[in-house]
Structure formats: structure tokens, C-alpha cells
Design a protein around this ligand. Structure first.
Ligand code: GLU
Ligand code: ZN
Length: 466
């Protein structure tokens, strides 16, 4: 590795990846790749009740699907592992011992109801709801007395007092917090496990991470985490806090927003290149216009071109990139979309005929149904159009027994129709829709018997409308 630069993605596998997380992962990865640095995937699985193997596997699969790879992470070792936070507990505990020995941390015996009462009081008095520091000054005797009461102890980090904590965020610019507003925070819970604030910070520092890109919901954690890392004698990484993504109705995208989960989008057929091209522009203005292949995106990524206004996820833009991605997708990527839905041997020809008219898997499957299955009963307008051609027109077409485009058109013309008046009813009768690929190649795919059946249905409709 030629560069000391390292970034990471540190997901908690408690739910499905959504577009917001995926953007964070993509940007962190692009940043590392752009600067020939390391990229680490750390699984923050400390919430054991909500993390499970299936979710971790799904997360890894989603990242790989997008084309994200890592130097250190599950299945790949760059010497800074382990890469699951639960397997790093010994590092966290060693840090706690050291912090306590050096006076940077102290046991806190407050119970949850006591802390809650403190928070409520602060809120009523319109003060920041922070820990009062009640246990910060206990001497040995005071501690012994609380232990004797049977109170379990958490461990709190002693924040510096009376100072401002400042740093320059790579996205949001200069940041400044009053340390006194933040209060001493828990680094080891009463059950002995590390808190999010401490494990996340200790891991970043020990894994040599130089830039943390993450959601802006973590901004207020940063002064605490920087102070903690500094107290350990380590160098805090730089931080860049990305604005949250907002959906169509300005509501933040959340894990609950199933439609915007990476899984949900994948299952509908969105291609990784479509998502990546969309995400590359969501709050990042460093990329040139036009489609970029994923492995060419690192050259397009510039951390100083990250904006801090909320970024809107626009479905139309996503669909634009989906079109771009689809037009470049190899056949092998799209064939599974129609697997089992065409006559054997017609898979590739079907795909070739319909692919320009398809955005998602459901569209492709609808075309297979139109070509080989059952057409829906036409609605009023469509029925009227079919009837408008007249029974004689359909009679003439029925004399053509092979699915031959030229002969069908010839027959239609001989019945006195041309242009739209001929093509619209014909298309409707054969495909059930006015939109779609050219009829000629579609007819080559269709079976003569099915064609006759559809022409007969049209004739019946036209005759009954008389
Ligand atoms: N596990 C945290 C999360 O998913 C990590 C935040 C961070 O990137 O530091 O929100
Ligand atoms: Zn306390």
C-alpha cells in the first residue's frame, strides 16, 4: 500500500441497507480508491439481539453487488482485524483499563431511573440533557459505599472541562462544541460491554482510519469520540458528515422505507450501475456529466465536492440511470429476468426484441406474458379502437395464418385501412398495449395459433360492437 489514507464503512447489521447507507459506503470506498488508500469494512454487530448472520451476509452481498471491495473486512485481512466489532472486545477493554488508570475515565454508579430524572430536570430547565458528573469526584470511600449498596458501575469518559472542541469537518466545515454541553459519557456499560461511542472510536483509531465518512446524525458524537481517541494517545481521523437523503415527500429515507432498501431495488431489477450513478450525484458535485462505469467512478470522486444540503432521491433520475445502465448491460445480466417465461430457445431473441422497452423485471415479464401468455381483457378505450377497425378488417387479417408482419399489413391495407387506423388496432389486438417494441420482430417470436386466437378475439369484439 503506497498511501497512509484509509477509510471505512462501519454498518450495524440491524436492518437492510438503504440508499443512504449505500451512498456512505460508496463514497468511503471511492475516496480510498481515488487516493490509493485502504478501505475497511467493519461490521458493528454489538447489538447482538438485532444483528444476525443472515443480515450480515445480506449486507456483504449487497456491497459486493454494487462492486465495492475491501482490503480489510470479512474474508479479507489487511492486518487491522478482526473486522467484527464483537471480536474486538479485548481491545476495547484494554483501552478502558488504560483510560481509567490515567484518570480519563471513572466508574458511575447512577441507576437508570436516577439518570432519567436528571435528564427530565435538565429539559425542564432548558439545559442540554447531559450527565451531571455526579460520580466524577467520588473518592475511594464514596465508591466503596455505592458498591456496598449493590449498585453496578458503568465507566464514563471524563470530558475536558471549560474548553471548546473544534475540528474541521470535511463536508460541513469548521465545527465547534462546548465540552461542558456534552457531559461525561458512558464508554463501558454496566454489563461490561463497550458503548457505541467508545467501540466505534477505538476501532477507527486502532485500524488506522484517516477519514470517517458517515451520516450527519453522528455529528454530535464526533467531539466526544475525538476527545476519547486523543486521551488514548492516538490521532483522531478526519470526519466528514454526509447530509441525510430525503425521499420524494421530503421525508428522510429510513430503514423502514422498504421501497428504497437496496434489496427492494435489486429485486425489482435496478442495476448496480444505475444506483451507483444516482448516488454519485446525491450531494456530490465532483463527477462529470454522463454515465460512468463503477470501476471508473473513483476518478470522478472528490471529497471536497461534497455538499451539506439534504440530497433528494428522485425516482426519475434513478430511472434515467437505469435506462443508461440497461442499454449497456450484457445479455447474461438480463436473461434471468425472463427465465422460464419464454418458449425454450427463444430467450435471447425475446430479450433482444423487448429490452429497449423495459425498465424493470416486471416490465420484461409483462412482455413475455404479452408474447406468449394471456392478454388482459381490453379496457373500454382499447376495445373501441379494436372495434373501430371493423369486422371486415379482422376477417382479412385472419386469412393470414402465419405470424408474418408484411402479409398482415398487406391484408389490413386491402381491407381499406392504413397508417394509425391500421397499426393501432393491430398492435392492440396482438399485444394488448399501444406502446412497445416494433411489431415485426415481436411477430417473429409469436406462435401462429396464438396469433389466430388473438385475431379471432378482435374479430368477435368488432362484430359485437356493430
Ligand atoms: N454503526 C454505525 C452506524 O451504522 C456507524 C456510524 C459510523 O460510521 O461511525 O450508524
Ligand atoms: Zn454517576
Amino acid at each position: 500500500m503506497t498511501s497512509p489514507i484509509a477509510s471505512r464503512f462501519a454498518p450495524s447489521p440491524t436492518g437492510s441497507l438503504h440508499l443512504g447507507n449505500l451512498r456512505t459506503a460508496l463514497y468511503a470506498w471511492l475516496y480510498a480508491r481515488r487516493l490509493a488508500g485502504r478501505f475497511v469494512l467493519r461490521i458493528e454487530d454489538t447489538d447482538r439481539e438485532r444483528s444476525d448472520e443472515a443480515k450480515i451476509a445480506e449486507l456483504i452481498d449487497d456491497l459486493r453487488w454494487l462492486g465495492i471491495d475491501w482490503d480489510g473486512g470479512p474474508g479479507r485481512d489487511d492486518g487491522t482485524g478482526p473486522y467484527r466489532q464483537t471480536e474486538r472486545a479485548a481491545y476495547h477493554q484494554a483501552a478502558f483499563v488504560r483510560l481509567e488508570a490515567e484518570g480519563h475515565a471513572y466508574p458511575c454508579y447512577c441507576t437508570e431511573p436516577e439518570l432519567e430524572a436528571e435528564r427530565q430536570l435538565a429539559l425542564r430547565q432548558k439545559r442540554p440533557p447531559r450527565y451531571s458528573g455526579r460520580c466524577a469526584g467520588l473518592d475511594a470511600a464514596g465508591r466503596a459505599a455505592l458498591v456496598a449498596e449493590g449498585r453496578p458501575a458503568s465507566l464514563r469518559f471524563r470530558m475536558p472541562k471549560g474548553v471548546r472542541l473544534q475540528w474541521t469537518d470535511r463536508v460541513r466545515g469548521p465545527q465547534s462544541f462546548r465540552a461542558d454541553d456534552l457531559g461525561d459519557f458512558v464508554i463501558r456499560r454496566a454489563d461490561g460491554t463497550a458503548s457505541f461511542l467508545s467501540s466505534n472510536a477505538i476501532d477507527d483509531a486502532q485500524m488506522g482510519i484517516t477519514l470517517v465518512l458517515r451520516g450527519e446524525d453522528h455529528v454530535a458524537n464526533t467531539p466526544r469520540q475525538r476527545a476519547l481517541i486523543t486521551a488514548l494517545g492516538l490521532t483522531p481521523p478526519e470526519y466528514g458528515h454526509l447530509p441525510l437523503l430525503v425521499g420524494p415527500n421530503d421525508a428522510p429515507l429510513s430503514k423502514r422505507d422498504g421501497a428504497m432498501s437496496v434489496r427492494g431495488l435489486r429485486e425489482r431489477g435496478y442495476l448496480p450501475e444505475a444506483l451507483a450513478n444516482l448516488l454519485l450525484r446525491l450531494g456530490h458535485s465532483g463527477a462529470t456529466d454522463g454515465y460512468h462505469a463503477i470501476d471508473a467512478m473513483a476518478a470522478q470522486f472528490d471529497v471536497s465536492a461534497l455538499g451539506h444540503a439534504p440530497a433528494h432521491v428522485d425516482l426519475q433520475q434513478l430511472n434515467h440511470w437505469q435506462h443508461e445502465a440497461l442499454s449497456r448491460a450484457p445479455e447474461a445480466v438480463l436473461l434471468p429476468w425472463i427465465a422460464g417465461r419464454t418458449p425454450v430457445g427463444l430467450e435471447a431473441a425475446t430479450l433482444a426484441a423487448i429490452r429497449k422497452n423495459v425498465l424493470l423485471i416486471a416490465d420484461a415479464q409483462a412482455w413475455c406474458e404479452r408474447l406468449y401468455g394471456q392478454l388482459p381483457v381490453p379496457g373500454t378505450e382499447h376495445a373501441a379502437l379494436i372495434a373501430s377497425a371493423g369486422a371486415a378488417f379482422w376477417e382479412a387479417l385472419l386469412s393470414v395464418t402465419a405470424p408474418d408482419y408484411d402479409r398482415l399489413v398487406e391484408a389490413g391495407k386491402s381491407a381499406g385501412l392504413k397508417g394509425k387506423a391500421l397499426f393501432q388496432p393491430l398492435r392492440l389486438a396482438l399485444t394488448g398495449t399501444l406502446e412497445g417494441p416494433e411489431l415485426r420482430p415481436l411477430l417473429q417470436l409469436m406462435d401462429a395459433a396464438l396469433l389466430q386466437k388473438r385475431l379471432q378475439a378482435a374479430r368477435t369484439l368488432a362484430a359485437s360492437a356493430l
